[in-house]
Design a protein around this ligand. Structure first.
Ligand SMILES: *Cc1c(COP(=O)(O)O)cnc(C)c1O
Length: 376
């Protein structure tokens, strides 16, 4: 038996009738683009997230891009974010001609460190007279919410707009409030491997404001005005397929239970893997609930990580490294002029982190195998 890193087949078995019925209905009614399932999904996920509006779109990347386009981010603007994330978070900033500016991360939550964020904003204001600070993109890495009280305070102090990248944290809670509901616009992804995934690409923007909602709706469809052929601004083709909305409606029924199952799996891992000498298991702040997009652990150092990953591989346990190279040291960002040592916490974490299998259908037996392999 091979151990999957993420088990989408077990989930499919539970909902296949529902999924097939949903797709069949779309095939029958024929509204493949912006069909009734889109509105239905938007209404349900807005309610779940506790916000007024949800705007379904083609990917998490498009959700972020649409949010920045709605804000009018462009050349000369600085957007502050964490370098310990998936490329898309910063890439959308650069695609609009703006400049991503990276701060360091907290060594425990691995999310942006609000103090470092504040320092980097101040330094940018003082030294980069060519840049206009505009926005912050917070990332809830691996499903753990950022310290939103502190991040909000920094944004308010500096007059910056907060965009939440909740691609990994949809379903997670910060002080009882759902991820996706923070900032001016919250963004998430329905890539299959995310906590709530579809069977292809998908994403969503969330906002409480009627005005931002109107802008997002317009940007999603080529900057449309009153109708398709009136274009009042630049936009994109950012629509979610109706078929994927049908898939998500079926999967969403399982989602609340899946969040509980992920937490149970995380609790079992914490008990088992804290026995491994030199290994640090994740801790979630007391006022947060993670959605466990990944279960990522920290080895002592790079050599220790190599050793543990080799043992797991030999035992047939798949692993992954999120993320070995922080964005500020990626070749794509060489023009920013960073060098190793600039963001030391993030770089150190990148050198010793790795992730083990995590999904709602992970059994205690498999988790014991994972621990046994590391202890061997
Ligand atoms: C997956 C992810 C994205 C991009 O989502 P896509 O749907 O793959 O475009 C953006 N940010 C983070 C943190 C992600 O994990």
């Amino acid at each position: 038996m091979t151990i999957p890193f993420i088990d989408l087949k077990s989930q499919y078995r539970l909902i296949q009738d529902e999924v097939k019925k949903g797709i069949e209905a779309v095939l029958e009614h024929g509204a493949y683009v912006m069909g009734p399932e889109i509105r239905d999904l938007e209404a349900r996920l807005a309610e779940f997230t506790g916000v007024k509006h949800a705007v379904a779109c083609a990917s998490g990347t498009d959700a972020l891009l649409m949010a920045l386009m709605a804000l009018g981010i462009g050349r000369g603007d600085a957007v502050f974010t964490s370098p310990f994330t998936f490329m898309a978070t910063a890439e959308v900033v650069s695609l609009l001609g703006a400049t991503p500016v990276f701060c360091d991360i907290d060594p425990v939550t691995l999310n942006m460190d609000p103090e470092s964020l504040d320092t980097v904003i101040q330094r940018t204001r003082a030294e980069r007279l060519d840049l206009r600070p505009r926005a912050v993109i917070s990332v809830d890495i691996f499903g753990v919410p950022c310290d939103y009280d502190a991040v909000d305070a920094v944004c308010r102090n500096h007059g910056l707009t907060l965009i939440q990248d909740a691609a990994q944290s949809f379903g997670a809670l910060y002080k009882g409030k759902r991820c996706g509901a923070f900032g001016t616009i919250g963004c998430t992804s329905f890539f299959p491997a995310k906590p709530l995934g579809c069977y292809g690409d998908g994403g969503m923007c969330f906002t409480d404001s009627d005005e931002w909602n109107d802008l997002l709706q317009s940007v999603r469809i080529h900057g449309q005005g009153r109708d398709k052929y009136e274009n009042v601004r630049l936009g994109i083709n950012g629509r979610l397929d109706t078929m994927q909305a049908a898939v998500l409606l079926a999967k969403f029924k399982l989602f609340p239970r899946e969040i509980e199952l992920r937490q149970e799996a995380a609790d079992r891992y914490a008990a088992l893997l804290s026995q491994v000498p030199g290994l640090t298991v994740p801790t979630v702040p007391a006022d947060c609930r993670s959605v466990w997009a990944q279960y990522s652990v920290l080895a002592r150092d790079a050599a220790h990580r190599d050793e543990l990953m080799a043992k797991l591989k030999a035992a047939g346990v798949p692993t992954a490294i999120y993320y070995p190279t922080p964005l500020h040291l990626q070749k794509a960002y060489s023009s920013l002029g960073h060098k190793p040592g600039d963001l030391p916490v993030c770089e150190n974490v990148g050198s010793r982190i790795f992730s083990v299998p995590m999904h709602p259908y992970l059994t205690a037996e498999v988790q014991e195998q994972v621990a046994k392999a590391m202890l061997a």
